[in-house]
Design a protein around this ligand. Structure first.
Ligand code: ADP
Length: 449
């Protein structure tokens, strides 16, 4: 087992990983930028090392600084969290050549799944349904027009190297197509350093359903049920639930089996997520695989009782998954609300400033994962996630009621947050009836359609 783990991340996820390490009796090393010296992860870790100035490229993305921090502190493994270097295969490779275990899958698997069209190609070969799309990045306008004629509009253009809902555009007609292609390629180049884009059929009113899997180095792969992440704004998740309560147990099982098949096909070892879109006829289409822990993993933990981060660490240390598929039982319903430092009256503009008062909610069925405390300063350098409010109830209805209660109880003063947005969602009759799909927020809450 590892003696010391360095957490190459910040914010709530760094805190989350430190907690898992503490329960496993592993020492922790926090790294921080100059902007984060007073961060909670710095206070909670056994040691902390400053790795550079505030811009992420100079600190949390600075591979030489991270590797030397690990070497100086004698860490035998690095947990990347999510975001930053979590899906960077060369970072995983460099860890390996520096004899530090990267807590995640192999660099080859990260590389393959990081390329969306390659991932689809590999998994469609073994029978996973995929959304009709171009198999290779678009090389000419003619190619794009031919594809559009074959499958019809609407279409979506996606950056091959995209992520976090960025680099996507919906296309309704031929005129849109040519314009959007150019813009998307330019955007992809500036955001991801890779201008490759591809086209896909755009599904209308789908649900985003994803499956949590765990694979170990002994050939075992299990699935921990699904999450419904349909409540999104601009393709970015805001609320996630487990289970997706409109699925029958047969549908759930066949979805789980598809995810396990994906994992087996690529020899997956670690915690990972297989993402699908589901149309209104309950057809599933593989969308992509995330080779890391996800922001929304706690809803799965709440219904299964399994600590996914602990399992992930144990797997990286060569241990077997501590349970079998038959042991996995989902109980009740869980909902996560992402509370961001954003002003919902200004198109969700990210905000910064000092937290003047922070009082998280409590009581039965309430979990808050956060790095906040009164007096902490939110800087403009990183993403706007402040806290994840995760609630559990015996059924979806109870989880919603508990969510509303906890949101009302939650006090964060000093910066505007998305709490008022979440309160609107939990009050919404369509949400309460579970009539949700990926454009729910724009149509039912923000009334943009
Ligand atoms: P990212 O990696 O940037 O998160 P994904 O491929 O996971 O991107 O897609 C994010 C979201 O974009 C999905 O949850 C869905 O809302 C929307 N989306 C992506 N592809 C399609 C599609 N073909 N049809 C409809 N919506 C889509």
């Amino acid at each position: 087992m590892f003696k010391k783990v360095l957490i190459a991340n910040r914010g709530e996820v760094a805190v989350r990983v430190i907690r898992a390490c503490q329960e496993l009796n592993i020492s922790t090393v926090a790294v921080y930028s100059e902007a984060d010296k007073d961060s909670l992860h710095v206070k909670l870790a056994d040691e902390a090392i400053c790795i550079g100035p505030p811009p992420a490229i100079k600190s949390y993305l600075n591979i030489p600084a991270l590797i030397s921090a690990a070497q100086v502190s004698g860490a035998d493994a690095i947990h990347p969290g999510y975001g930053f270097l979590a899906e960077n295969s060369s970072f995983a490779e460099i860890c390996k050549s520096s004899e530090i275990t990267f807590i995640g899958p192999s660099p080859q698997v990260i590389e393959k799944m990081g390329h969306k069209s390659l991932a689809k190609k590999i998994l469609s070969k073994v029978g996973l349904p995929v959304i009709p799309g171009t198999k290779e990045p678009i090389k000419s306008e003619k190619e794009a027009l031919t594809f559009a004629q074959e499958v019809g509009y609407p279409l979506i253009v996606k950056a091959a190297a995209g992520g976090g809902g960025r680099g996507m555009r919906i296309i309704h007609n031929e005129k849109d197509l040519l314009r959007s292609l150019q813009v998307a390629q330019a955007e992809a180049h500036s955001s991801f350093g890779n201008s490759e884009v591809y086209l896909e059929k755009y599904l209308e009113e789908p649900r985003h359903i994803e499956v949590q899997i765990l694979g170990d180095s002994h050939g075992n792969i299990v699935y921990l049920g699904e999450r419904d992440c349909s409540i999104q704004r601009r393709h970015q998740k805001l609320i996630e639930e487990s289970p997706c309560s409109i699925l029958s147990s047969e549908q759930r099982e066949s979805l789980g089996k598809m995810a396990v098949k994906a994992g087996k096909t690529i020899g997956y070892q670690s915690a990972g997520t297989v993402e699908f879109l589901m149309d209104n006829k309950f057809n599933f289409y593989f969308m992509e695989m995330n080779t890391r822990i996800q922001v929304e993993h706690p809803v799965t933990e709440m219904v299964t009782g399994i600590d996914i981060v602990k399992e992930q660490i144990l797997i990286a240390a060569g241990e077997k998954i501590s349970f079998t598929q038959e042991d996995v039982k989902s109980r009740g319903h869980s909902i996560e609300f992402r509370i961001n430092a954003e002003d919902i009256n200004k198109s969700f503009l990210p905000t910064s400033g000092r937290i003047l008062r922070y009082i998280p909610p409590g009581g039965i069925g309430v979990r808050v994962d956060s790095h906040l405390y009164t007096g902490f300063s939110i800087t403009p350098f990183y993403d706007s996630l402040l806290a994840k409010l995760v609630v559990w109830g015996r059924n979806r209805e109870e989880a919603i009621i508990r969510g509303r209660r906890a949101l009302n109880e939650f006090i964060i003063e000093g910066v505007p947050t998305t709490i008022p947005f979440h309160l609107k969602v939990v009050e919404n009759a369509f949400f309460q009836r579970n009539e949700i799909y990926t454009n729910f927020v724009s149509r039912r809450i923000l009334c943009e359609d």
